[in-house]
Design a protein around this ligand. Structure first.
Ligand code: R2B
Ligand code: URA
Length: 301
């Protein structure tokens, strides 16, 4: 049977305009995107452009990549909000900072796949940065359970004036495979829980934002509780929303983030640009290995 990924919103139709990604349901989305098997997302447009270029090379510059004058095309460039590239079966998309920005583009990407009648086995992976908790800077943290800022394992989605707890979880097979790929490549990685916040400063217990009304001791008590009682190994700003929306759409999701610093030791991100580039490149290598293995396994089976 030919089964497709499908959203169950009855209001979706031909007139839809995917305003933030510069496409419409009337475009020939099926011929452009039907072969997509992986959606990789990260905050920065430049990171997602570099990842797409790296992958395009690694996959042998497939014909199904989208190019213009030989260069990978920013498919969403005309809309001016997010960047989106297609390298073979992979969409590489930026989502900006935080859950609000992420949810806008993720809604439109899910609709895009729906209109494109993509295969149901699409995997969504967030490749990001984070503050580590008790891990060495440069370690990749692969998210097991995402927690929100009040340390509950849900994404609180506000709609019609109500706060709806949406369950969030990541795909066990994908996180195990990502860890295996890291080990095979000799890249430091751990699986751990992740706290997602709506703010980089007080929301992540920093003392050095524009405001602060708690003590260093309060901060350390909270961070240690998250780390020791709940196994939180990093803090970022999207994993609950990302995994909850993927769960709701019935697609697999994973989150893999470089830890830029150890938040049990400091607040300031003072890693060098060279180190951060190196760690970002390592996250690309791990995800690219995962993608190659998955594509090859599917060909064989
Ligand atoms: C990690 O880094 C960004 C904040 O600097 C945010 O998008 C996140 O999750
Ligand atoms: N991104 C975050 O959200 N927090 C950090 O500490 C570093 C990167």
């Amino acid at each position: 049977m030919n089964s497709h990924f499908q959203l169950d919103n009855p209001n979706l139709g031909k007139e839809d305009i995917l305003y933030h990604i510069g496409l419409t349901a009337k475009d020939d989305l099926q011929s452009m995107f039907q072969d997509v098997k992986f959606v990789c997302m990260g905050g920065k447009p430049s990171r997602m452009q570099k990842f797409a270029a790296y992958l395009d090379d690694k996959l042998g510059k497939p014909e199904t990549s989208r190019r213009e004058k030989g260069e990978l095309l920013d498919i969403s460039g005309s809309a001016g909000r997010y960047s989106m590239y297609k390298a073979g079966p992979v969409l590489s998309v930026s989502h900006g900072i935080g859950q609000a920005s992420l949810s806008v583009v993720l809604n439109e990407i899910l609709k895009l796949l729906h209109y494109a009648k993509c295969n149901k086995d699409v995997i969504f992976i967030r490749i990001g940065s984070s503050g580590g908790l008790g891990v060495e800077p440069g370690t990749l943290v692969i998210t097991d359970q995402p927690y929100n800022s009040t340390l509950e394992p849900v994404f609180l989605h506000i709609s019609l004036g109500r706060s709806i707890p949406r369950p969030c979880s990541t795909c066990p097979d994908t996180r195990r495979e990502l860890l295996n790929c890291s080990k095979n490549l000799g890249i430091p990685a751990v699986i751990g829980n992740t706290m997602a916040t709506d703010d980089f400063f007080e929301g992540q217990c920093r003392l050095d934002g524009a405001f602060c009304d708690y003590s260093d001791e309060d901060k350390m008590n909270f961070l240690k509780r998250a780390n020791q009682e709940l196994g939180v190994k990093n803090i970022e700003m999207e994993s609950t929303c990302f995994s909850a929306m993927c769960n709701r759409a019935n697609v697999k999701s994973a989150v893999i983030c470089s830890a830029l610093l150890n938040r049990l030791q400091q607040d300031v991100v003072d890693a060098t640009v060279q180190d951060m580039d190196k760690w970002q490149q390592q996250s690309f290598e791990v995800v690219a290995a995962f993608i190659s293995n998955t594509v090859n396994d599917n060909v064989v089976s």
